[in-house]
Design a protein around this ligand. Sequence first.
Ligand SMILES: [Fe+2]
Length: 304
Amino acid sequence: MRTIDEFTITDAALEQMSLTGDPRLKVVMASLVRHLHDFAREVDLTPAEWLAGIGFLTAVGQKCTPHRQEFILLSDTLGLSSLVNALHDKRASEAATKSSLQGPFYRQDAPLMNLGDSIISKSEGTEIVFYGRVLDSTGKGIRNALIQIWEPDETGNYDLQKHDPSEMDLRGCFRTDAEGRYYFRGLCPTGYMIPMDGPVGELIRAQRRHGYRPAHIHFVIGAPGYRELVTALYVAGDDHIESDTVFGVSESLIVTLNKKDPSSPLPNLPSIHYNFHLAAATNQMSGRVGADPAQITGASRGGM
Ligand SMILES: [Fe+2]
């Protein structure tokens, strides 16, 4: 009979899990248990702290609904989402635009619009044009790429945070033209504080972090034969660009608002220009570190 102590427990747990059928599940769970046990030994975890952790994770789960994903927010604020993005980028077969956070506010049912249309349906704020091209690694335009876009309103809130599913705003999907070009109208991006009224916000306050994200707009870009790109563009000059609470900013994703731009397809509006690069797909692996909250809960958003 093995004596279970603070060291033998790790091998005992690994041994019981050693017959796991799925080889990837076996590797992931064995590593998780080793690190989790090392963590508990390193901090000399007490029963009260263990219970506080269980209480915290329970509260995170209870905060999740078809329009809110507190677990994604937790992953984002711990830097885990950004780390998973970096690992995903490293596996690309070709250089491409860097990934950035999908975050908890993506929605899968945004309407398909025509190039030049506005994604603003209800919000008020400064209208600008976003334009550029979607290119392959050789600089050739990718035609008919699907671009999904979402951004917060001028108060820094997404439509999902308004808890009314019929109020879709500041979202849209576009198809690139024959040269890979895209352009659409939207709001000049606004920075915001992440949702602070749940357990993640409580932790952020306990850690004396400000909770802000710099101004940005989200993109998911896909085309057959290419790796789907999940990224965001960040506006230069924002006070929190160096201290994003969820670690989404990369220098190559920082853009400048151009007040006068004769090259813009809508030169009367201020503009943000950016060309995205997609890598060729070597497998069907998704780059999404996030999901529509309604997909995760498995419940419909309708009627809520
Ligand atoms: Fe965002």
